[in-house]
Design a protein. Structure first.
Length: 173
């Protein structure tokens, strides 16, 4: 089980208690509506506990994505595939909009993509996005994912599904 990935500006590591407040805060913010929020604190706390438990139950999960120079956790990016999900996912959330447009999500997602296919050996993965989550769709396309109109969705609820393959990144940094 890989616990740490590194990029020039980031360290992606297995999440722990120090990352809880960032995720709980994100889920309480209206911008989380595209990722399962907006949740009151007790439900957000339980959602974070599920992120931690995913690592225990599945042996992989979303990485706490931290700035190399300060250690600040800026989001969760990596693999997700809870019970009942139709397929395993490469997913991401940034805790605040302060980091949008900086290239950090792309940098982390490239590392997660490489980890998914080169280290974990998956043949395919998807990303699920709520309708209107245009920034995440743009990131998936930048990673080389293509929309899969035939893919099942979690709980059969309408959403965009983008499919990732091992060769999609090409010469990404």
């Amino acid at each position: 089980m890989t616990l740490t990935l590194e990029t020039p500006r980031l360290i992606l590591r297995r999440p722990d208690a120090r990352d809880a407040e960032g995720y709980i805060g994100f889920l309480g913010d209206p911008r989380s509506s595209m990722a399962g929020g907006v949740l009151e604190r007790p439900l957000a706390w339980r959602a974070y506990a599920a992120i931690l438990g995913h690592w225990e139950l599945c042996g992989f999960g979303l990485f706490a994505t931290t700035l190399r120079d300060t250690g600040e956790t800026i989001g969760l990016i990596g693999n997700y595939g809870p019970d009942g999900w139709p397929e395993r996912e490469i997913g991401w959330v940034l805790f605040t909009d302060r980091f949008e447009g900086t290239g950090l999500a792309y940098e982390a997602a490239v590392a997660a993509h490489r980890h998914t296919f080169q280290t974990m050996g998956w043949d395919t993965a998807v990303s699920y996005f709520a309708h209107g989550n245009d920034r995440s769709v743009a990131l998936a396309i930048r990673l080389g994912a293509t929309e899969d109109l035939k893919a099942e969705t979690p709980g059969g609820k309408p959403c965009h599904v983008y499919r990732h393959t091992a060769d999609a990144l090409g010469d990404a940094p």
